[in-house]
Ligand binder design. Structure first.
Ligand SMILES: NC(=O)c1ccc[n+]([C@@H]2O[C@H](COP(=O)([O-])OP(=O)(O)OC[C@H]3O[C@@H](n4cnc5c(N)ncnc54)[C@H](OP(=O)(O)O)[C@@H]3O)[C@@H](O)[C@H]2O)c1
Length: 309
């Protein structure tokens, strides 16, 4: 059994680290706020007061943090992983962050004899709980092979994608597809509501045909219930699309859908939905449609159907 560290115990990190414990690994954990640490300690993990302390106690250190700056701080900051990591250890970043951040950190850790893999995931919090995540891994192949048995505790599909940053680039491709299908699902259901159809029936019919998608079939029911509890937070989709657009700008790829959804996530954050699930994009569309309805009524035009409430 391996000595494993885990830093970042949020919506994803908590269930992922629990699976490592359940597979019998010796786990040391750290998080910015205390409650998730206590939850893991109650299950048998050891608490560390800093990333440095996690690294000292572990041969493998997993990170599951929000953004590039958080990963930078946790690995290279004061009392960061780099201060405690042992030569031969492997640090595995499962967060979705910028590929250039990963390359910079990999080079810094190589100087102290440690390996660094970027290993972002796809799959919801449910996939994290059930150990069915997909891992897309970039970095040295040898380090990947050493860490694979641990990734298999948390995921069903584990893929090596190439040198450092390749995992993140794969994940960004994933997020471009997620953004497009999320917007399509929300628009289809908002339209169905506004033309007076039963959205549940519409979802049932179109979800099983050519329009079906993970976003429509999993988030559609939540949209209709206006249940915006987070699985994947709006602020994280905004961050992912910011990175996507930065990389696309450098490479010249035009991204029409991702740009639109990025703008929508900005508006959603301004509306106070930053910590809600990405299905809240449906709420924004409903509210825009409500405003448009009021405007046409004010102008004396045929106002169409009344807003859904
Ligand atoms: N949720 C999903 O469905 C999903 C799916 C695939 C990928 N992802 C990606 O996975 C990453 C994590 O997502 P999440 O949904 O788990 O996010 P989250 O719920 O916001 O969790 C992030 C965790 O990191 C902790 N943290 C932040 N800065 C820290 C620091 N300096 N030191 C120690 N801990 C720190 C936070 O602590 P606090 O308790 O203090 O906030 C929180 O527990 C993101 O990059 C996201 O894009 C998410």
């Amino acid at each position: 059994m391996a000595k494993v560290g885990f830093i970042g115990l949020g919506l994803m990190g908590r269930p992922m680290s629990k699976r490592l414990l359940q597979h019998g690994h010796e786990l040391t954990v750290h998080n910015r706020s205390r409650p998730p640490v206590e939850e893991l300690v109650a299950m048998g993990a050891r608490a560390a007061s800093s990333p440095e302390e996690v690294a000292r106690a572990s041969e493998f250190v997993f990170l599951m943090l929000p953004d590039s700056k958080d990963v930078m701080e946790v690995v290279l900051g004061e009392r960061g992983v780099v201060k405690g990591v042992r030569s031969g250890s492997i640090v595995v970043d499962c967060s979705t962050v910028s590929p250039s951040t990963e390359a910079e950190i990999a080079a810094r850790l190589a100087e102290v004899g440690a390996s660094y893999l970027d290993a972002p995931v796809t799959g919801s919090t449910f996939a994290a709980e059930s150990g069915t995540l997909t891992f897309m891994v970039g970095g040295e192949r040898e380090a990947f092979e050493r860490v694979r048995p641990l990734l298999e505790c948390m995921g069903r599909r584990i893929e090596y994608m190439g040198p450092s940053g390749s995992g993140q680039l794969t994940k960004l491709s994933n997020q471009i597809a997620v953004a497009g299908t999320l917007l399509a699902a929300a628009e289809a259901l908002a339209f169905a509501v506004r033309v007076g159809l039963d959205p549940r029936k519409v979802l049932e019919v179109i979800g099983s045909g050519a329009a079906g998608s993970w976003q429509l079939n999993n988030l559609g029911p939540k949209m209709i219930e206006r249940d915006y509890a987070p699985g994947f937070k709006v602020e994280h989709l905004r961050k992912d699309l910011r990175i996507v657009l930065e990389v696309a700008e450098r490479t010249g790829v035009p991204l029409f859908g991702a740009s639109t959804v990025h703008q929508l996530t900005k508006v959603l954050c301004a509306m106070g939905f930053d910590k809600h699930g990405t299905q809240a994009i449906f709420e924004a569309l409903l509210r825009f449609s409500h405003e448009a309805w009021k405007d046409s009524a004010r102008a004396g035009a045929e106002p169409g159907l009344p807003p859904w409430s």
